[in-house]
Unconditional design. Structure first.
Length: 265
């Protein structure tokens, strides 16, 4: 609500409303925690088990570390990326398809508060998934965190970036088929082909150049550096690239929310 002077009575920022929206998004995925938290852990474990059985010790070392140790940060980051994207995209798309998006648009939220609320839920899910998988990796594989701060930074930035991309996908999609197409033909291939399972040093020069233009690569590479101390690029370069990508994506989200693009009739 606004006063006669055009200033919202609760101040310049609707802190309570934004926090409530974040809580709603968190409760939405926690209500089905077996699908949103446990399922990613099981999927990550299956990936590692399959690679262990199919390749085993004969694969040798990658960048000076055992292959399974090298693989673990990639699996963790890929899972975080997919879950952060799924949280915002499914939430917004579901609201549009069910026709209750008005319940979110009617309260006195600014565009920035809406974006913050949705992405806050994606960050919470991404961080929780990362913690669960990191604990599993430490207990069963002995893969710890050499530099926890770098892991935290790239998990947070990766969750923000993918939460923003999920918002863009959810705004753009008018039905679940369109959302599935975006996830299957864009997000999943980029996550798989960004150094999750290999060092980009194994790629031809042209593909290495393309990889260095992919923010997903820097997220995975940054988490790998923080967990096992090896990486294909400088974590500072990755920090700059991913931060810039976050600013661009969040800016697009803010703009689309502000004008109601594909949200208002």
């Amino acid at each position: 609500m606004k006063t006669a002077m055009g200033v919202r009575r609760f101040g310049a920022i609707n802190w309570l409303g934004t926090w409530t929206l974040v809580q709603r998004e968190v409760r939405r995925f926690m209500n089905v925690w077996s699908q949103t938290i446990m399922a990613p852990l099981i999927n990550a474990g299956l990936f590692l088990m399959i690679f262990t059985i199919a390749i085993g010790p004969q694969r040798g070392e990658v960048m000076g570390v055992p292959f399974m140790t090298f693989l673990t940060p990639g699996i963790l980051t890929m899972t975080v990326i997919q879950n952060a994207f799924a949280n915002t995209s499914s939430s917004l798309a579901s609201a549009k398809v069910q026709g209750n998006i008005v319940d979110t648009l009617m309260p006195p939220f600014s565009a920035g508060e809406l974006v913050t609320g949705y992405i806050g839920g994606a960050v919470a899910r991404g961080v929780l998934v990362a913690i669960v998988i990191a604990l599993g990796a430490a207990l069963f594989l002995g893969v710890g965190l050499q530099q926890p701060l770098w892991v935290a930074v790239f998990v947070l930035l990766g969750s923000v970036l993918m939460g923003g991309l999920g918002l863009i996908a959810g705004i753009f999609a008018n039905k679940f088929d369109q959302l599935s197409a975006i996830s299957n033909f864009l997000v999943t291939p980029l996550a798989f082909l960004s150094g999750t399972f290999y060092s980009i040093e194994a790629l031809p020069p042209f593909l290495q150049t393309l990889s260095h233009a992919n923010p997903f690569f820097y997220i995975i590479d940054g988490v790998r550096f923080g967990m096992i101390g090896v990486s294909d690029s400088s974590p500072w370069t990755g920090l700059a690239v991913v931060s810039l990508a976050c600013l661009v994506v969040v800016g697009i989200c803010w703009r689309w929310m502000k004008i109601g693009y594909r949200l208002k009739p």
